[in-house]
Design a protein around this ligand. Structure first.
Ligand SMILES: Nc1ncnc2c1ncn2[C@@H]1O[C@H](COP(=O)(O)OP(=O)(O)O)[C@@H](O)[C@H]1O
Ligand SMILES: [Mg+2]
Length: 228
């Protein structure tokens, strides 16, 4: 589902953010990405979303070679992705219902389906009572759940979350990851950057550690590593 072959990313100012990254993430996996600040975690996700392009190497997402992807094809790539931001990025002038519905309108969903689907997703995330509240009337955890609802509503193949628990307390972090786990069990691939080690310990998932632009640990290959 996500394949990196010898991927390097240097920013225009010369910063080498990723060096020779090789990996494969299969459909249905749940992957935590960890590493200190500046390690290259966000760059890794931005390359997948095609917010950035690699300096060299090949990235293949859902069978699409990103180097060959035309500008006008990027929206189709993103349709398969649900993106959760650390700072939520809700639209302040829209209530919860409309924030979520907006994500569906953007991809041209019809009104009848929106009316059915949005309440279903809000219910799933425990936000039914908040449907007509505005973002500034919600707690951080609630806002993040709206962010999650928006990422989920179009049934993406993959959810990409860059420190989605960065602005909420540990209990809410735990709930957010529990929700992601439920979504993962229905077949959605999850990629989540976090620096909260208690989450990584509580939820035994594949763990990729990036340090100074390089993958220095990938728990998927632990067994193979020990045997050789
Ligand atoms: N747009 C950019 N231009 C120049 N350098 C950048 C840019 N974005 C990130 N970097 C640099 O690339 C490195 C990796 O950054 P990033 O991927 O954001 O790390 P992380 O998310 O792990 O904290 C850092 O040294 C950072 O300063
Ligand atoms: Mg980052």
């Amino acid at each position: 589902m996500v394949e990196f072959k010898n991927v390097c990313k240097a920013y225009e100012n010369g910063t080498l953010a990723l060096k020779n990254v090789n990996l494969n993430i299969d459909k249905g996996e749940f992957v935590f990405i960890v590493g200190s600040s500046g390690a290259g975690k966000s760059t890794f996700l931005k390359l997948i979303m095609r917010e950035e392009t690699p300096t060299s190497g090949e990235i293949i997402i859902n069978g699409r070679r990103l180097t060959e992807l035309k500008h006008k094809e990027v929206p189709y790539l993103r349709r398969d992705m649900g993106i959760v931001f650390q700072d939520f990025r809700l639209i302040p002038k829209m209530n919860v219902f409309d924030n979520v519905a907006f994500a569906m309108r953007v991809v041209g969903a019809n009104q009848r389906y929106i009316k059915k689907r949005v309440p279903y997703v809000l219910e799933l995330l425990g936000l039914k009572e908040k449907a007509f509240c505005f973002p500034n009337e919600l707690s951080g955890g609630e806002q993040q759940r709206v962010g999650l609802a928006r990422a989920l509503v179009n049934n993406p193949k993959i959810i990409i979350a860059d420190e989605p628990t960065g602005n909420v307390d540990p209990r809410m972090s735990f709930e957010i990851v529990s929700l992601l786990e439920k979504i993962n069990q229905r077949g959605t691939t999850i990629l989540m950057v976090t620096h909260e080690l208690f989450l990584v310990k509580k939820f035994p998932k594949r763990l990729i550690q990036i340090n100074k632009g390089e993958i220095i640990h990938d728990s998927k290959f632990e067994e193979v590593h020990y045997e050789s």
